[in-house]
Write a protein that binds this ligand. Structure first.
Ligand code: GAR
Length: 207
């Protein structure tokens, strides 16, 4: 039997935060046994912070310019996440590479979403790079974060077909729709204790 408890999420986002919104919506609809406890951003004007405010979620802009090193910056993120008792850290369009201090502190408790089928097209421009390469199928990957760039063990993937007349924007729009399905689903599986990491493979226990 898997044990289900209500877990607390710490969400890190640099941009619009539509994935944050999808997770808040799933949580409020009772579809996932998780709630967003805190939202952090490295951008003062990230719309994700406005979404948090609207839903009464504690939110903080942590300015990278105020810290001498990535470790110092991540230490501050860790402090706030611990203060809000985050069980799971959700990277939702957080455009910074996490330090090994961060990854080790939350080992196997940090998830990232990437808008391509990893290990293809890691990095900041996953959608554009896939389109430029000419692939016919791209998609979305949710994975545990490790010290590398988009390299950690894969939890869920969903394929998205590339259409003849796709632009980066139209393809990203359809990729977003897949993201809103699989990110909350990955959170649910984690919260229900159904994810077992075995080396690079993440086994999904009987659902
Ligand atoms: C998402 O498409 C996510 O996959 C991507 O940023 C977007 C954030 O959208 N992440 C990366 O490219 C990470 N390498 P959102 O702010 O609307 O959730």
């Amino acid at each position: 039997m898997c044990e289900t408890k209500m877990i607390r999420l710490g969400v890190l986002a640099s941009g619009s935060g539509t994935n944050l919104q999808a997770i808040i919506d799933s949580s409020q609809a009772g579809k996932i046994p998780a709630r967003v406890a805190v939202v952090l951003s490295d951008k003062a004007d990230a719309f994700a912070l406005k979404r948090a405010e609207k839903h009464g979620v504690p939110h903080f802009f942590v300015d990278p310019k105020k810290f001498d090193s990535r470790e110092d910056y991540d230490e501050e993120l860790i402090r706030i996440l611990k203060e809000h008792q985050a069980d799971l850290v959700i990277l939702a369009g957080f455009m910074r590479l996490m330090s090994s201090l961060f990854v080790q502190t939350f080992r196997n408790r940090v998830m990232n979403i990437h808008p391509a089928l990893l290990p293809s097209f890691p990095g900041t421009h996953g959608v554009r790079d896939a389109l430029d390469y000419g692939v016919k199928v791209s998609g979305v990957t949710v994975h545990f974060a490790d010290e590398g760039l988009d390299t950690g063990p894969i939890i869920l993937q969903e394929a998205v077909l590339v259409l003849e007349d796709d632009t980066e924007e139209t393809l990203h729009n359809r990729i977003h729709q897949a993201e809103y399905r699989i990110y909350p689903e990955a959170v649910r599986l984690f919260a229900e204790g159904k994810l077992k990491i075995e080396g690079r493979r993440v086994r999904i226990l009987g659902d």
